[in-house]
Design a binder for this molecule. Structure first.
Ligand code: FEO
Length: 394
């Protein structure tokens, strides 16, 4: 895709990856983009590169606008390879360019690519780089997404380039938020936040405050994945604040697996009780739903109900895998509960609750276990269990 103008002499020069469906385990059903930006002034700066497989597209886009030999600075906001793995190729052409990064960024780039005779300029929060009529200003953003991460702000144009923050895995022929379906956009933005940035919620809240303290109120937010927020950048910032604070509607999600249908019957009874109490509830079979989608539903739910029958004194493997993933993402401010059927010794519900409690999550105890298949009376217990969950979330 050819360069796209953001403002005078500021261009998107990245690549659209229509085909990717697995981004180190994150199911990217709508593909993604690797965004890089070019600012042409008395000095020319390239902000970020793209995944190695797309380096020719990046080079081609830059060459439509200027010669690579005229690139003075390559700003590396983040060393993860989806953004940095074209750097060695770029530096082969842009022989006079200085790489601008955080100290950890330089260390990461050197470890990944050797560094050779590259010249680095290390920047910290508040540092500025004059390009002529324009100025790049830098804000360190450790853990958003890696320790090396930083944001770059193009002051005169009021364009914030925060790399992974505020992104979406969304391939599109369009480059701006107002050109795509809003429901799809916010769905992908929420999924991206939930799967990538949820563990760093408290850092996000601090960073939003810091940007405001620094007087950064962007007219445009140009992330490293997906479309650029130009119509209302506050919309995504406000959404990040809401998600980071754990604000949800009165919603529940039931995530379950089943062997012979008993745990599924329990799930439906719990669902009935929750919805009869006015709780909007989604039911997700863990092996029939993308894990990234499941995690997005967790982000938006106030109650998360996990169901598994017992297998070998434990839970079914897909539920174990889900718990391992979700605990690492440190979701905030939710009520958790578990249920499941068993044949003889049981164990699934006990183990699910143990994992949740060890992660300091708020667990409704005891969980609900039923032998073999739920009787009429036991289905009533499931409904009462659902009602308890509804009460707990208020
Ligand atoms: Fe898009 Fe942390 O890389």
């Amino acid at each position: 895709m050819s360069p796209v103008r953001l403002s005078k002499n500021v261009y998107w020069v990245g690549a659209v990856d229509w085909d990717v469906r697995d981004f180190h385990g994150y199911e990217t059903r709508r593909g993604t983009t690797y965004n890089a930006y070019l600012v042409i002034d008395e000095k020319t700066a390239l902000i970020d590169t793209v995944k190695h497989a797309f380096q020719n597209e990046l080079v081609g886009n830059i060459q439509e606008l200027t010669s690579l030999r005229d690139v003075d600075y390559v700003v590396v906001n983040h060393v993860e390879k989806d953004h940095s793995s074209s750097l060695p190729s770029i530096m082969r052409y842009a022989k006079n360019a200085t790489i601008v990064s955080t100290r950890r960024g330089r260390d990461g780039l050197t470890k990944y690519y050797g560094g050779g005779d590259w010249t680095f300029k290390i920047v910290e929060t508040g540092d500025e780089l004059n390009l002529g009529k324009r100025t790049l200003s830098f804000v360190e953003a450790p853990m958003l997404h890696w320790p090396d991460s930083m944001f770059t702000y193009l002051k005169e144009d009021e364009i914030l380039m925060p790399n992974d923050a505020f992104g979406q895995h969304l391939a599109s022929s369009q480059r701006f938020d107002d050109e795509v379906d809003q429901a799809v956009l916010m769905d992908e933005a929420a999924k991206y936040y939930a799967n990538i940035l949820m563990p760093f919620a408290s850092l996000i809240l601090k960073k939003v405050e810091e940007l405001s303290d620094l007087g950064i109120e962007p007219r445009m937010i140009a992330p490293s994945h997906g479309v650029i927020w130009r119509s209302n950048p506050k919309k995504i910032v406000d959404s990040y604040v809401k998600w980071s604070m754990g604000v949800t509607g009165r919603k529940a999600v039931i995530i379950y697996d089943t062997m012979w249908g008993s745990t599924r019957r329990m799930a439906y009874a719990i669902l009935d009780a929750l919805s009869s109490r006015g709780v909007e509830t989604r039911l997700l079979h863990i092996r029939r739903t993308d894990l990234a989608e499941v995690v997005k539903e967790v982000l938006e739910a106030k109650a998360v109900v996990v169901g598994s029958p017992t297998l070998n004194n434990s839970m079914l493997p897909a539920i174990g895998s889900f718990l391992t993933y979700i605990v690492g993402l440190r979701p905030k401010g939710k009520v958790w509960a578990s249920f499941g059927s068993y044949g003889w010794g049981g164990g699934a519900v006990r183990k699910i609750n143990r994992i949740l409690k060890e992660a300091n999550l708020d667990v409704l105890e005891p969980g609900l276990s039923i032998r073999y298949a739920p009787s009429k009376e036991e289905l009533q217990s499931c409904k009462e269990f659902g009602e308890k969950i509804a009460e707990k979330i208020g």
